[in-house]
Design a protein around this ligand. Sequence first.
Ligand SMILES: Nc1nc2c(ncn2[C@@H]2O[C@H](COP(=O)(O)OP(=O)(O)OP(=O)(O)O)[C@@H](O)[C@H]2O)c(=O)[nH]1
Ligand SMILES: [Mg+2]
Length: 454
Amino acid sequence: MTKTITALATPPGVGGIAVIRISGDNAIPIVDSCFSGKIKLSDAKSHTVHYGNIQYENRIIDTVTAAVFRSPNSYTGEDIVEISCHGGMVVASEIIELIISLGAVQAEAGEFTKRAFLNGKIDLTQVEAVADIIHSLSVPGCMTAARQLTGEFTARLKELRQKLLDIASLLELELDFSDEDIEFTNREKIKLLINETRIYCNELADSYKSAEILRSGFFVAIAGYPNSGKSTLFNTLLQRNRAIVSEIPGTTRDYLEEMIYINGLAIRLTDTAGLRPTENIIEIEGIKLVESVLEQSDLILIINDLSISPDHSDKLLQSIKSKYKNSTIYLLQNKIDKVESSIIDSLPAEYDKEIRISAKAGVGIDSLKEILENEASQSIDRTKDILVNQRHSLLLKQCSSELENANSAIDSDMENEIIAIEIRSAAKTLGEITGDTWDEDVLNNIFSRFCIGK
Ligand SMILES: Nc1nc2c(ncn2[C@@H]2O[C@H](COP(=O)(O)OP(=O)(O)OP(=O)(O)O)[C@@H](O)[C@H]2O)c(=O)[nH]1
Ligand SMILES: [Mg+2]
C-alpha cells in the first residue's frame, strides 16, 4: 500500500481559491472523515465534484468542493481528491494539517508527477514537458512543451527503438542458422534504417540550442565603449529607468539583466560595463564579467557614439566579431539626435547589421525591436514538437555514435553478434530518453525542478 500524500497545488498566498491535492490508496477515506456533503465521497463516481464542509470536531473550517478521481483514471494513477477551498494561507494550511493528522503525509516536490511516471501514466519526456510548461517564459515555448506532453515524440522514439530491437533480434536469429548460410535481414535495409535513425537523432540533438532559447529566452547583450549610451538603450527597451545613466564614462560596473517580451518571445537583455583600458579595480572586474556575458549571448549589440564618429568603435567591433563567432552582431550608431542632419546625409549607407538610433530620444527603437524579434524567431525556427534538453541531447548524440559503430561493423563484415550488440545499445539509449530504462539519480535530478504540489 502506498502512502497517501497531500500538498497545496496552487501558489501560496492570497487568491480566489486554493486547491489541495490528496493522492493515494487512502485519499478518499481520509477526506471522507472530515468532509460532509450530500453523499460520502466513497460512494461518489470518478470525475465528479461535490459540495460540502470540511469540519473537525464539529467546527467548520471551510465550505469547499471536492473533486474525486478514481484509480487508474487520475493524474497519478492513484485515487485522488482535490479540495478547492477559499484562497489565502490560513484556511488551506488548516485543511492540509487536518488531512495530515488523519493519516496523509506532506508530498515532496514533484511527487505527484513522480507517481504518475512510476505508475506508467506519463513517460520521462512528458514529465520534463510538465516542468517546461510550469517554468515556461514564452508562448512558443509553452506551446512546444504542450505538444511534447501529448506524447507524439515518445511514440516516434518508441517506434524507432522497436525497429532497432527487431533488427537486432533477426541478426541474432541468423546466428542460429549460421551453418545454413541464411540471411534473414538485408544488410542494405539495415543500413537504411540505421541512417534514418541517426539523421533523426542528430537533427534533434542540434535543436537543443533553439530549445534553450524557448526555455530561457533569447540572450541579447549590449556592449560598447564607455558613455556610448548602453544603459540608456537598456532603459528605453525596458521602458523604465532600471540602470543608472550619467555623462561620466564608466558608470555601469556590474552587469544588469532583465527580461523583455516582444510579441510573446522572451528576450533576456543585459547591460554591461563600458569596455576600455582602465586601472580601476572595480571597473576591471566589470570588464571581465562582460566577457562571460558575451560568451553566452545569442546576439550582441555594439553601441557606437555616432556624435564622436561613425567608425569610433570599429576596433572593438572587429575584435568582438573575431572572438564571438557564434553570436550575431549588430552595430548601433547611437545619438543620431546629436548629429547634424547634413553630416548624417553624408554618411555612407547603412550596411547589413548596422542601424542608426537615438536611445535617448527613442528613434529607431521600433526597428531594433523588430530585428530582435526576427533574430529570436529565426533561431527557434527549428524547434517543432519537442523541447530538447541537455539530457536528451547527450543521449541522442550517444545513440547516434552507437549507430555509427553498428554501421562500421556492417561495412567491415563483422560478426552478426557484434552488429547486434551495437544496435541494442543504441536502442537502450533511446529507451533512456523516454524512461523505459532509468536510474534513481536521473529521476531525482528531473524532479528537483518541480514545486511541491505538482
Ligand atoms: N543626445 C543623446 N545622448 C545620449 C543618447 N544615449 C545616451 N546619451 C547620453 O550619453 C551619456 C552616457 O549614457 P549611458 O547610457 O550612461 O552610457 P553607457 O554606455 O551606459 O556608459 P557606461 O555605463 O559608463 O559605460 C548620458 O549622458 C546619456 O544621457 C542619445 O541617444 N542621444
Ligand atoms: Mg552604463
